[in-house]
Design a protein around this ligand. Structure first.
Ligand code: PLP
Length: 383
């Protein structure tokens, strides 16, 4: 019920604390199955200072708009593109929807179809439904990358584009993006790379010497990339990123916003009013950590995931779904549902999906948490 009279701040806060006491928090180290993490303290500072900025009305917040452009420029250069066009958006879902929207609007077909791997994130299901684009699912190889031959066999006159994934949600697998790029170029189709998770991992992991396929704008068939700062970028939610190779993609999804206090603009994002502070935090975190800072975060996460994968293999009845590519380790067990239930009962933030449990080695996950988890898992497996 809407309260008649207001209560004091302390009273309201303590009620909130009570009500959220059962939430799992990132700093507890118990959340092992999420792609989000506790944000960097500097990002929180930036958000607090610039909390009132609205990038939905950039005529009012001209400076913030320029900072967002600079953030896009820095992300583009990380992804091998000198000048990119895009926005800091609400997350990977919005970014993927914008890419599909751009491909659809630029394609002159009546019954649009998009070809995407069976491992694609469910945000594409939302995109397909909202945009009336038929999703054509491509088969996976044994190593869980998309089967490029199958993708090719599914191209028709109605195809508006192809999707490849650089860091799948379930297994962190990187598709053969170079082959998909060649295919896209051969057929004159745009390729969208969903690097919502991998975007802030792969460039640094490659610099550390990990053998991961190329995935970014250096491949000419790649026309758009999703890259989310609110995953491995250490920025608070909401902060997704969409970058297009050419301005025509942004133009194809821009609508006129006629009545804004700051003046008429063309707006490409799905959200109208949107948080400027988070875009500023993306800029600030990139400036603050730099390539070397992110590389260090990724180094720890990658090393921990290799060690963790090795430890899992030692537990009887537990098997890896595949060797980890990024900092995601997924495993199966006998009686998976019972194991999942028991681990949850012991306070672990994990879930089983598609026949396995996925552990995401985010920066808040440390060796001591994993050792405790391994003890519990071993215990549960022994019955
Ligand atoms: N794409 C991939 C590969 C993802 O793993 C996710 C989320 O986990 C998304 C897109 C959607 O991102 P969000 O939840 O920020 O909308």
């Amino acid at each position: 019920m809407f309260p008649e009279r207001g209560a004091g701040e302390e009273e309201v806060l303590s009620e909130l604390r009570r009500k959220t006491a059962e939430d799992l928090t990132f700093d507890s180290g118990r959340i092992l199955g999420s792609m989000c993490t506790y944000p960097h303290p500097f990002a929180i500072k930036v958000i607090t200072e610039f909390i009132d900025r609205n990038l939905g009305d950039p005529g009012l917040h001209v400076g913030s708009r320029k900072v967002e452009e600079e953030a896009i420029e820095m992300l583009s250069s990380l992804l091998g593109l000198e000048r990119g066009y895009g926005h800091i958006v609400s997350g990977g879902t919005e970014a993927n929807i914008l890419a599909v929207r751009a491909f659809r609007n630029l394609a002159d077909v009546e019954k649009p179809e998009l070809i995407l791997p069976k491992s694609a994130h469910f945000s594409f299901i939302k995109a397909g439904e909202m945009l009336r684009v038929k999703l054509v699912w491509a088969e996976l190889n044994e190593d869980y990358t998309v089967n490029v031959k199958d993708v090719e066999s599914k191209i028709t006159d109605n195809t508006i584009g192809i999707v490849g994934i650089a860091g799948t949600t379930g297994l962190g697998v990187v598709d053969d993006i170079p082959a998909l790029s060649d295919l896209a170029l051969d057929y004159g189709l745009p390729l969208h790379v969903d690097a919502a998770f991998g975007g802030f991992v792969i460039p640094f992991a490659k610099a550390l010497g990990y053998d991961i396929p190329d995935f970014d704008f250096r491949l000419k068939g790649v026309k758009s990339i999703t890259i989310d700062p609110h995953k491995m970028g250490m920025v608070p939610i909401p902060a997704g990123g969409i970058i297009f190779r050419e301005k025509k993609y942004i133009d194809a999804i821009s609508v006129l916003a006629p009545y804004l206090a700051g003046g008429r603009i063309w707006q490409a994002t799905i959200t109208g009013t949107r948080p400027g502070a988070n875009a500023l935090a993306v800029w600030a975190m990139i400036k603050h950590l730099g390539f070397e800072g992110y590389k260090e975060i990724v180094r720890k996460a990658m090393e921990l995931s290799r060690w963790f994968a090795g430890e899992l293999k030692k537990i009887p009845g537990v098997y890896l779904i595949r060797e980890p590519v990024l900092n995601i380790v997924s495993f199966g067990t006998e009686n998976l549902e019972t194991v999942e239930e028991e681990l949850k009962r012991r306070g672990w933030g994990i879930s089983a999906h598609r026949g396995y449990i996925r552990i995401v080695l985010m920066p808040h996950v440390r060796e001591e948490h994993l050792k405790e988890f391994l003890r519990d898992l071993r215990d549960v497996m022994m019955g």
